[in-house]
Design a protein around this ligand. Structure first.
Ligand code: ASP
Length: 407
């Protein structure tokens, strides 16, 4: 067994033991939380230098502006198309299974949801440009960093030799950070164990978790089924049809990223691992991985979009509001946008869901119903988000070689 396979098995074992320990030993597992925190902090430490250097080098690697435009268009098209399919899938399942019918609504909307109530579309546009880059870095606000790095990398390519020297500098930064990611991955088995065990433990262990799940069992089943079809049927089909790669091999090579996504519930924190898996194991060209993955981690969220649509319909069914096809179309559009607006951090989707609920006049209190179990469903949708990004890297890489590079 080579060392990368060995690491993979250690990671799966770590996650498995984490589940068992959290399930049976409950809250006492808070004693291993620090292992998870150490791993998570090490990943977060690398995110900002990785995003900035990857995008500067990635944009520079694309060469001229027309190529950047075409590659950008392919990337956005992939993100939009797959997100739309996932929302549509969610709507089909929620209409078929009707998980909210007969459920009594309880709970209150979380604070953060009320705070989000007055956020307008203009606020979303304003959040894309940061008045203070250092502050954005400190707060891990990735979207403004993406915009800055794309613009900075683009401008560097117009400065001739002097620009090339700066690009070469960032190339070395990027290479060094990727090596550090490699090292941090050795922490992954224990880190993932700590994260999973302590979180499940904090939820009261297996029995308490199971009881919470049963309360909104049908909703959870609907979400998981739709996520499952998207992850195991739709995305593999797209991957196979476009690139002729074996989807199961591709998935196996992405397991470290998927397990990290599940244990951290954060696409942004997982980004270093997603990039490592795509570049080193799945052999996606560095150029494309550097461009597609950092943007995907913040913008492309298939799992979140699906979840938001299913949740909004669930709330509508719970309060007995029948939504007609036009209103469902509104949910379809706002869920897609809300997922784009959601940051790649834990439970961000729950907050941006306010947009979806408000668009069709549903009560925000409905979110209260989902709170108790969101930590779990968040992990599942984050895993699908990261899987969607990973597939996107191979798909865009292939299409770029065929249509942009090849002329
Ligand atoms: N936690 C998710 C992510 O980082 C976002 C969400 O809450 O759906 O991808």
């Amino acid at each position: 067994m080579n060392s990368s396979n060995r690491l993979l098995y250690f990671i799966i074992t770590g996650a498995g033991f984490g589940l068992l320990a959290g399930w049976f030993f409950g809250e006492s597992m808070s004693s291993v939380a620090w292992l998870g925190t150490l791993f998570l902090n090490a990943l977060k430490m690398l995110v900002v230098p990785l995003v900035v250097s990857s995008l500067i080098v990635g944009v520079a690697g694309l060469g001229d502006v027309t190529k950047m435009g075409k590659t950008g268009a392919i990337t956005i098209l992939y993100y939009m198309a797959t997100t739309a399919v996932s929302v549509a899938l969610g709507l089909v399942f929620v209409n078929l299974l009707q998980p909210g019918v007969g459920v009594v609504m309880q709970g209150e909307a979380p604070e953060a949801a009320h705070a989000k109530k007055d956020t307008s579309f203009i606020d979303v546009i304003l959040s894309v440009v940061s008045p203070n880059l250092i502050q954005s870095m400190a707060n891990m606000e990735i979207l403004p960093l993406i915009v800055f790095s794309l613009a900075f990398g683009g401008v560097l390519t117009t400065l001739g030799d002097r620009g090339m020297r700066v690009i070469a500098f960032f190339e070395t930064v990027n290479e060094a950070v990727m090596k550090m990611v490699h090292l941090v991955l050795y922490l992954a088995p224990l880190g993932i164990f700590g994260l999973v065990a302590s979180k499940l433990g904090a939820a009261g262990g297996g029995d308490a978790f199971f009881n919470e799940l049963l309360k909104i069992g049908k909703f959870a089943v609907t979400v998981l089924l739709a996520l499952g079809v998207h992850a195991f049927v739709v995305l593999p089909l797209i991957l196979y049809k476009v690139t002729r790669r074996n989807p199961w091999m591709y998935m196996k090579n992405a397991v470290e990223a998927l397990a990290t996504a599940f244990s951290t519930a954060s696409s942004s924190a997982t980004l270093p691992v997603t990039m490592e898996c795509a570049e080193e194991k799945n052999r996606v060209s560095k150029r494309m991985a550097q461009f597609v993955l950092p943007i995907g981690a913040t913008v492309n969220m298939d799992g979140t979009a699906l979840y938001e649509a299913v949740a909004a319909m669930f709330i509508a069914q719970m309060v007995g509001v029948a939504l007609d096809p036009i209103q469902q179309m509104v949910i379809f559009l706002t869920a897609t946008l809300a997922a784009v607006g959601a940051a790649g951090i834990p439970e961000a989707g729950l907050v941006t869901m306010v947009m979806v609920l408000q668009s069709v006049g549903l009560p925000l209190e409905g979110i209260g119903m989902l709170l108790a179990i969101d930590w779990f469903l968040d992990r599942c949708r984050t895993t699908v988000n990261v899987w969607g990004d990973s597939v996107g890297a191979a798909v865009v890489d292939h299409l770029e070689t065929k249509y942009v590079e090849g002329g």
